[in-house]
Design a protein around this ligand. Structure first.
Ligand code: B12
Length: 503
């Protein structure tokens, strides 16, 4: 007999089959749902016919609700497709959206006819209470913290749920994914790389970051025993050889990190993580020993801008000189710094962009192995900020290239339009002129050919060397404009683009 309540959890297709990593959001939700009912996971990154697979599952088995995990960008269109199909074939089945997109754009999500409930923030407790309620034995809807819901008189946003330090004490239910080894990836870290999230949240409240909007500056480390159990399983039961840590900010306070690093040093699985320049610079010698022993290969850090005023305005809490210093430190320590930038801010757009290009050149001089990610600065709509940060009037109003105010989408279908997908992916903004858009594209082409990423596993070393040689004169003489020959060569070599296929 199907356990009750039974929930179908869906991760709509967002990545290529090769880039699929464990759908950690659904695994975490499933672990909690299965304590009082049942759940099944469909991962569109692996089951490529996500809509067909969902409809077949709904024919085969009885489900009381469908939960869809949605982040902004290309996920939204895929989430709409699967939710529409469910609504059409099973009009009475409740559809629940959760994840970053509904947390940051709750009203837009509930404006859609194919979403009934939106869960904001961490989903485990809210979702299990909601499915129990729908099944007739849980709390009343208005009692479920973190839930936004529709009713005859409109939409109600229940109060938010306080940050939870994690309810999981045991291993994630990896076997719900079929053979979890299907998620092994060949990366620069190893031939069987897996994804894991140890700590939750981030204590910083940068105004542009979805994580700050989701967690409001809270963070929690995992219980040590559970962390060890996960690594033990991933390495010794599954045979994984390296890990991408999806933690929002891996190195938080050193004292707290040391015990985790000690565990990792025993497993010696090469790893990648999100970090901050100030945190790496402040690590003690003891911590660095553990970092090296545990085999940290690459750390992604938001350098964002060479302009201290902009870093202050976005509440980044780091300085440009720290980006330069971390490039040098990482060179000495044998760790690759992957530094991301946000060019073309709404004010002083061109000048800031050119300054960033020069700063990137400085970094490359200090450490040619720095990996550079160039994003367009696309601030979150005011309504997406965490409630603590809303209405403080910090961000100036945004205008498009014609001087008209920028109006953000009000439905998921609008968010799925190409210009808003690009906005969510930090790939384009309404205030960019064609000339500047072209200039950024050309700079990135020259840079990535001159310094091909180590993350590319397809192009041969000779092809990368050839590209680099071709790009050398353009880079040296700053002749970025219209690098048609590199465009052609790129089509043959097809280098991986970490800003698209990475995280
Ligand atoms: C893995 C990942 C991806 C994977 C895809 C993951 C997938 N769904 O298959 C890939 C690499 C494809 C990806 C792509 C992008 N990503 Co991404 N990604 C992540 C990452 C590193 C981990 C997500 C994760 O698994 N977390 C662990 C789980 C446990 O947490 P969770 O997902 O938040 O889930 C919890 C809640 O959100 C909620 N929840 C989630 N789903 C559901 C569903 C239901 C029904 C319910 C009730 C609740 C619920 O409950 C869960 C448990 O508490 C996060 C950063 C992070 N550490 O979270 C960024 C992150 C989510 N990505 C982000 C972004 C912006 C993107 C992009 C759209 C843009 C970009 N440039 O990075 C790209 C798209 C690129 C492209 N051009 O295609 C942002 C989102 C912020 C925002 N403003 O919306 C994040 C936060 C990174 C960041 N700091 O900016 N990403």
């Amino acid at each position: 007999m199907t356990p009750s309540p039974n929930t179908l959890l869906i991760n709509p297709t967002i990545a290529s089959r090769h880039s699929a990593r464990f759908p950690l959001s659904l695994l975490n939700l499933s672990a909690v749902l299965d304590r009082a009912g049942g759940s099944r996971i469909i991962d569109g990154n692996v089951d490529r016919d996500c809509v067909g697979e969902t409809l077949r599952a709904l024919e085969r088995e009885r489900f009381d609700a469908v939960g869809v995990s949605v982040m902004g960008g290309p996920h939204v269109g895929a989430a709409i497709a699967v939710s529409r199909a469910v609504r059409e074939h099973h009009p009475r089945l409740p559809i629940i959206w959760g994840g970053y997109f509904p947390t940051l754009n709750t009203d837009a999500v509930l404006a859609a006819p194919y979403v009934d409930y939106a869960i904001r923030g961490q989903g485990e407790a809210s979702l299990s209470e909601l499915v129990a309620s729908l099944d007739g034995h849980g709390p009343a809807l208005h009692e479920i913290a973190g839930l936004s819901w529709k009713h005859a008189h409109g939409v109600t946003h229940n109060p938010g749920r306080p940050f939870s330090r994690g309810q999981l004490t045991s291993l994630l239910p990896y076997d719900k994914l079929g053979d979890p080894r299907r998620y092994f990836a060949r990366t620069y870290l190893g031939s069987r790389t897996v994804a894991h999230q140890a700590a939750l949240g981030c204590r910083f409240r940068c105004t542009f970051c979805g994580v700050a909007a989701m967690f409001g500056g809270a963070t929690a480390l995992p219980p040590l025993a559970r962390f060890e159990q996960e690594l033990e399983y991933l390495k010794h039961t599954l045979g994984a050889d390296s890990v991408q840590y999806f933690d929002h900010n891996f190195f938080d306070r050193e004292d707290d990190m040391i015990p985790l690093l000690e565990v990792m040093a025993r497993f010696e699985m090469p790893w990648w993580c999100f970090a901050r320049t100030d945190a790496l610079l402040n690590l003690s010698e003891r911590a660095w020993k553990l970092v090296k022993k545990s085999r940290l290969r690459m750390a992604f850090m938001g350098a964002e801008s060479p302009d201290s005023r902009m870093l202050k305005a976005i509440r980044k809490g780091t300085r440009p000189d720290q980006a330069l210093a971390v490039a040098e430190l990482c060179r000495r320590m044998g760790v690759i710094p992957e530094l991301s930038f946000m060019v073309a801010p709404p004010e002083d757009t061109e000048a800031q962009t050119e300054r960033t290009f020069e700063f990137i050149r400085d970094l490359k001089r200090i450490n040619p192995d720095c990996e550079i990610i160039v994003y367009i600065y696309t601030p979150l709509p005011e309504s997406s900020l965490h409630q603590k940060d809303r209405g403080k009037g910090r961000a100036p109003p945004l205008f498009d290239v014609h001087g008209e105010p920028v109006v953000f989408p009000t439905t998921p279908d609008e968010w799925a339009q190409p210009q808003w997908v690009a906005y969510a992916c930090h790939a384009d903004a309404p205030w960019l002129t064609d000339t500047l858009r072209r200039r950024i594209h050309d700079f990135v082409t020259v840079l990535r050919c001159r310094f091909p990423t180590v993350q590319d596993m397809h192009a041969s070393p000779w092809a990368k060397r050839g590209l680099s040689a071709m790009a050398t004169w353009r880079y040296r003489f700053r002749k970025y404009d219209r690098p048609w020959e590199l465009g052609l060569a790129n089509r043959i070599v097809r280098l991986r683009m970490p800003q698209v296929s990475g995280l």
